[in-house]
Ligand binder design. Structure first.
Ligand SMILES: [Cu+2]
Length: 178
């Protein structure tokens, strides 16, 4: 069910629930990064599903996001789904054609708290500066599911996917291994 929508009471509660800046659904704490760089993604989960506690966060990895490594979290089970990339990519001189396409953390996060979920990844140098990459997130809760999967770029959408604005490559090529 879309967040901050449905009936009037729900949307009033939603708006009253937090300050406008704090209430940003699920967002990337660093919203821009250079193509070809190693990126540390930090997904902030600011609330549950219409007041229900969060039990699972599932992130889809878009094309061009390579060599993903999630950060384990105490109290959370971590699962990775691997699969083929849509095209072969060159990484440190080697050709890679598959990798992590989905990360899933399963645990418990009360609606009254926030938490951060993080991973590192290499942004393919084949990506285009100026584009926005979207990381669709499905948030499962003790009651209900919020699907943050709108990739239209509409900031007023009910369920925007977290977006990463791509910038020009750094002068020195920019990435190093973690
Ligand atoms: Cu929200």
């Amino acid at each position: 069910m879309p967040h901050c929508k449905s009936i009037l009471l729900a949307s009033l509660l939603c708006m009253a629930g937090a300050a406008p800046l704090a209430h940003a659904h699920i967002t990337l704490q660093t919203p821009s990064a250079a193509v070809g760089s190693r990126y540390h993604a930090v997904l902030r989960v600011g609330h549950g599903c219409q007041g229900a506690d969060t039990t699972r966060i599932r992130v889809r990895i878009p094309d061009g996001v390579l060599a993903v490594k999630p950060q384990p979290k105490a109290g959370w089970d971590l699962a990775l789904k691997e699969g083929p990339y849509s095209q072969a990519e060159t990484l440190h001189g080697a050709t890679v054609d598959h990798g992590v396409r989905e990360i899933e953390w399963t645990g418990a996060l009360p609606d009254a708290y926030f938490d951060d979920f993080s991973f590192i990844a290499t942004l393919s140098s084949a990506l285009k500066p100026g584009d926005t990459l979207y990381f669709p997130v499905v948030q499962e809760c003790t009651q209900g599911v919020s699907r943050w999967i709108d990739t239209s770029g509409d900031k007023t959408a009910d369920n925007p996917a977290p977006g990463l604005k791509l910038t020009a490559p750094q002068a020195h090529g920019g990435h190093h291994e973690h």
